[in-house]
Structures are given as structure tokens and as C-alpha cells.
Design a protein around this ligand. Structure first.
Ligand code: NAP
Length: 289
């Protein structure tokens, strides 16, 4: 156990807060824990652990406060009455919020003389402290640098800029990609199910296929950043038309909503006369809401 590790206060011992606390304890950080419902720290009891009866006591114990609560409203409910105690301390908020909520909280913290760093956790609790976990940060650069070694105990740490909303913006943008990919997988599962294919068999094929297709993202990004969708070597929008996929889905008697959505983005560009241009052009359908 390291003896000079920064002592930390952690507010919130749900599934994620508990995982964060466990990793800090493993790295030798003394922790003061508070959770709204008592008893949630019981499984963490041991050397280096102090359980605070109130959030005030928890905050007064240390200069560094980690917050991992349910949502933005619960963060305000917990922190607002503590503004005076928090002044001069550092708050790192790992609660999922929208970019606007993160900026609002950063402004509230600045008014109260609190150093504020916002975080977006790109992991599930079981991944914390394991390879593959990453956490995005934005807000006070000094706080990020000062506590970087501690933050690395949870996962790869990336600082995105002084605008406190950036971590959340990237977090939600990455989750958008994940959920749409998951929906695409579910569509495939539903499509082959009437043919008697179990989801597990389909997943065994879809997983390496989607992993291989992720290799295309770099090329799309190069075209989008270059702003020229006519660059040679791209799959054209005409070629990408999802008509066959939509028809086959309907023939299987399933909803076509997922593929209809992509087809609409493609059709908008084809109808505007861009059918011979690259597939990456559908980003223009999305940009122009
Ligand atoms: P959780 O298990 O549901 O825990 C929620 C925590 O918030 C509990 O400690 C709960 O306290 C507390 N809480 C809720 N309302 C409160 C209020 N009004 N005042 C004070 N405390 C309140 O959720 P979690 O999985 O730990 O997630 C925590 C945050 O991490 C969320 O913002 C979540 O989006 C984010 N996150 C989670 C994951 C994940 O996979 N779990 C991944 C990335 C990010 P009680 O015990 O008293 O109810």
C-alpha cells in the first residue's frame, strides 16, 4: 500500500461509485465514503476507509471530492447545501450529465470558488481499473494534471479541454455510435430468426464482421475532414442503397425501422443529386437537421 497517496472523498456508492472506491483503495488511497442510503459502504470496510454519516462530514475530510451519483439533479441536491464547505476544494464529477448540465455545474462551482473537473466514464463498473476502461475529462486542466496518477487507477484518462461540457459531449457521441450499432445487430438477429437462426449463432458471425467494418471509420473520417465526397475509391451512395435490405426485412415480417432510418439518410443525398458520391456523404443528411 502506498503511504503518500492522496486522500479522497467519494460521494455515491452505487454500482459505479463502489467500483471507483475499490480501485482507489487497491491503489492505497485513504477514502472517506458517503452514500445517501446507509450501509452501502459495508462491503468496503477495512484499513483506509472512513464512512461519513453526512455529506458535510465527508466533504470536510478531504480536499479532493469525487462525485458519482445518479444524475445532474441528484448532484445539485447533494452539493448545493455544501457550497460553503466545498469552496477551495476540488470536485471531480463522474456522474453522467448532458454537456449543458456539465457547463452549468462548472459555472456554479466557479461562483462558489470550487475547482471543477467533469468526467465521462467509458466503461461499466466491472471494467474499472482493468485494461479497456477509459474516462474522458474536461474542465480545470490543473486539477486533471495534479490528480492524473489517481485518475489512471480507474482507466486510461484523456483530457479534452477547458470547456466542462466536452467530456459529456464526446461520451454521448460515442454512446450514440454504440447504440446505433447495437440496434443494427438486433435488426440482424430479428431478420434471421424466422429462418431458425439463434441469436447466439448470429452473434458469432456479426461480432468479427462488425469489428472488421470498424476499420472503415478512418477512411470515412479522412473524406469528411477533406470535405470532398467525390474522391475516387469510395463506395457510392447509389451502390449503398438499402432497398434490398429493407425489402428482405419486410419479407421476413419484421419491422424495417432501423434500416429505414439509414435508407432515409442515403435517399436524401441521392435525391439531391449526389448518388455517385461516397457513402460518407450521409453525414450531410445528419448535419442538416
Ligand atoms: P446506481 O447504481 O443506480 O447508483 C446511483 C447512486 O446515486 C447511488 O449511490 C444513489 O444513492 C445515488 N443517488 C440517487 N439519487 C440521489 C439523490 N437524490 N441524492 C443523493 N444520492 C442519490 O448508478 P451507477 O451505476 O453507480 O451510476 C452512477 C453514475 O455513473 C450515473 O450517472 C451513470 O450514468 C454513470 N455511469 C454508470 C455506468 C454503469 O455501467 N453503471 C457506466 C458509465 C457511467 P442510494 O444508494 O441512496 O439510492
Amino acid at each position: 500500500m502506498t503511504t503518500n497517496a492522496t486522500p479522497v472523498t467519494l460521494l455515491g456508492l452505487g454500482a459505479m461509485g463502489s467500483a471507483l472506491a475499490t480501485a482507489l483503495l487497491k491503489a492505497g488511497h485513504p477514502v472517506t465514503l458517503w452514500n445517501r442510503t446507509p450501509g452501502k459502504a459495508d462491503h468496503l470496510a477495512g484499513p483506509g476507509v472512513t464512512v461519513a454519516g453526512t455529506p458535510d462530514d465527508a466533504v470536510r475530510a478531504n480536499d479532493l471530492i469525487i462525485v458519482c451519483l445518479l444524475d445532474h439533479a441528484s448532484v445539485h441536491q447533494t452539493l448545493d447545501p455544501l457550497a460553503r464547505e466545498l469552496a477551495g476544494r476540488t470536485v471531480i464529477n463522474l456522474t453522467t450529465t448532458s454537456p449543458a448540465q456539465a457547463r452549468e455545474l462548472a459555472a456554479w462551482a466557479a461562483d462558489a470558488q470550487i475547482t471543477y473537473l467533469d468526467g465521462g466514464i467509458m466503461a461499466v463498473p466491472g471494467m474499472i481499473g482493468q485494461p479497456g476502461a477509459s474516462i474522458l475529462y474536461s474542465g480545470d486542466a490543473g486539477a486533471f494534471e495534479q490528480h492524473r496518477a489517481l485518475l489512471e487507477q480507474w482507466g486510461a484518462s484523456r483530457y479534452l479541454g477547458a470547456d466542462a461540457g466536452l467530456a459529456s459531449l464526446y461520451d454521448l457521441a460515442l454512446l450514440a455510435g454504440m447504440y446505433v450499432m447495437f440496434a443494427g445487430f438486433m435488426h440482424g438477429v430479428a431478420m434471421v430468426a424466422p429462418a431458425g437462426v439463434p441469436a447466439r449463432d448470429f452473434a458469432a458471425m456479426a461480432s468479427p464482421w462488425l469489428a472488421a467494418m470498424a476499420g472503415e471509420l478512418d477512411g470515412f473520417a479522412t473524406v469528411i475532414d477533406g470535405g470532398d465526397y467525390t474522391v475516387a475509391g469510395q463506395q457510392s451512395l447509389d451502390f449503398s442503397d438499402l432497398g434490398d435490405i429493407v425489402a428482405a426485412s419486410a419479407e421476413q415480417g419484421i419491422s424495417t425501422e432501423v434500416v429505414d432510418m439509414v435508407q432515409r439518410l442515403i435517399r436524401r443525398q441521392i435525391d439531391a443529386g449526389h448518388g455517385s458520391e461516397g457513402f460518407a456523404r450521409i453525414v450531410e443528411s445528419i448535419r442538416a437537421a
